[in-house]
Design a protein around this ligand. Structure first.
Ligand code: AMP
Ligand code: MG
Length: 403
């Protein structure tokens, strides 16, 4: 199978990632979920002509030649508006947020009024509608406010609450399994023997997923052993017809013990791509087995991270019906030359900051190799370096923020 450009890989993910079914969640569980229903205003806001001030509701014609004295016939407070009508020569005391009574068309603020017994002296005239927010001025009943496919942010919650969405239709979250393969791997709490390293990929991927609201299952590490991998896939993917997403790391290169891809194929997986013009991450595999999707990521922690951000994250969002599946894009000034790869586009973790002139600047992380997860720890973005096209100092680079 041919090596494909990154854009082609993204297209194949979009085309082959089915959207999950819809479920109903309570508003307190909605954060981060993708809307499966359009959200409408179920009432006018404000629901009545609302006072913006503490003061007096008046007829603007009555106070045109202020100062004038008006009779105070009642009060309008939040939660209990004045039900009578304001007639010539009359005023109603009103609080911020309260309903403006019939007959009144303006509010004069309390600082420009003087009360004495049942009268008020309005010291200054007001324009019609002054200090009033008219019914429906903020939004009209029936207006669409959020679309299907939008992700619920914490800032959308008050709108959902205001329009009565105690429960919200969202797309289901994917069931995600994480599997690290490699005979050199030991658990985090073990002291590695000679030739061994601790498995950092599983918990890394778990944390990436947690950050986007997905609680994944970490499967026990596997050695580079064909049968063990085949057995595990049979048990975890083929034994039921649930739609899952399996992320594996390791064993996708061309070494003698790299056979995750071979096993996927043997078990009947359809491979959509298995090599991408990307550094790091060339041997990334995207496949479908039964109902489930599989991403076979390289074992290098940084390669696994980059390919997660570029590919797996996108598929997870697509599964949940998200309209926006891109990482947030930006442009930053290159601080020191970023060297291109000769045969592939490079996508590298970098540090983007704001310089003293307020410009976004991008600096590389002094990678000692793609296994340098310590430098990676300080990254906050990915930079795109097109093939054979070094980015020189002061050039503008495209970055994707990892926030
Ligand atoms: P592989 O893709 O299997 O060739 O692995 C590439 C490199 O990544 C090797 O140096 C591995 O030791 C390392 N590696 C593979 N899997 C993991 C893992 N789960 N955690 C940390 N490093 C890993
Ligand atoms: Mg390996």
């Amino acid at each position: 199978m041919d090596m494909i450009p990154i854009t082609e890989a993204l297209k194949l993910i979009d085309e082959n990632t089915p959207t999950l079914p819809i479920e109903l969640v309570s508003i307190d569980e909605a954060l981060g979920r993708i809307l499966a229903e359009e959200i409408f205003a179920d009432m006018d806001l404000p629901p009545f002509d609302r006072s913006q001030m503490d003061g007096f509701a008046v007829r603007s014609v009555d106070v045109a030649s202020a100062p004038v004295r008006l009779r105070v016939i009642g009060e309008s407070i939040a939660g209990k508006g004045f039900d009578g009508e304001v007639k010539e020569g009359e005023a109603v005391k009103i609080m911020t947020g309260a309903r403006v009574p019939i007959g009144a068309d303006a509010v004069q603020k309390i600082e420009l009024a003087k009360t004495e017994d049942e009268f008020v002296e309005i010291l200054k005239s007001v324009e019609p509608q002054e200090n009033i927010v008219l019914q429906g001025e903020e939004i009209k009943k029936g207006t669409s406010v959020f679309c299907i496919g939008e992700q619920v942010t914490e800032r959308m919650i008050p709108t959902l609450a205001s329009f009565g969405y105690k429960q919200i239709k969202v797309y289901q979250r994917p069931i995600v399994l994480i599997l690290s393969t490699g005979s050199e791997l030991v658990e985090i709490d073990k002291k590695p023997m000679r030739d061994e390293i601790r498995n950092s990929n599983s918990i890394m991927l778990y944390s990436f997923l947690k950050k986007i609201g997905i609680e994944a299952e970490i499967l026990p590490n596997l050695p580079d052993d064909k049968d063990a991998l085949a057995d595990l896939i049979a048990e975890k993917i083929l034994s039921d017809d649930k739609q899952k997403l399996l992320i594996t790391t390791g064993g996708v290169s061309v070494g003698d013990y790299d056979f995750t891809k071979t096993i996927f194929k043997q078990m009947g997986a359809r491979i959509f791509f298995e090599r991408v013009f990307l550094k790091p991450g060339k041997p990334t595999v995207f496949a479908k087995l039964d109902q489930s999707l599989i991403f076979g990521l390289p074992g290098n922690p940084v390669s696994a991270a980059v390919t997660f951000y570029l590919f797996v994250r996108r598929a997870l969002l697509r599964m949940q019906g998200a309209v926006n599946v891109e990482l947030r894009k930006g442009f930053a000034v290159v601080k020191e030359r970023l060297k291109a790869a000769r045969d592939r586009d490079a996508v590298l973790p970098v540090f983007v900051s704001t310089d003293e002139r307020g410009r976004l600047v991008v600096e590389s992380l002094k990678f000692a190799g793609s296994s340098n997860f310590i430098a990676f720890a300080r990254s906050n973005a990915l930079v795109h370096i097109p093939v054979k096209r070094d980015l020189e100092r002061e050039e503008i680079a495209q970055v994707w923020f990892l926030d």
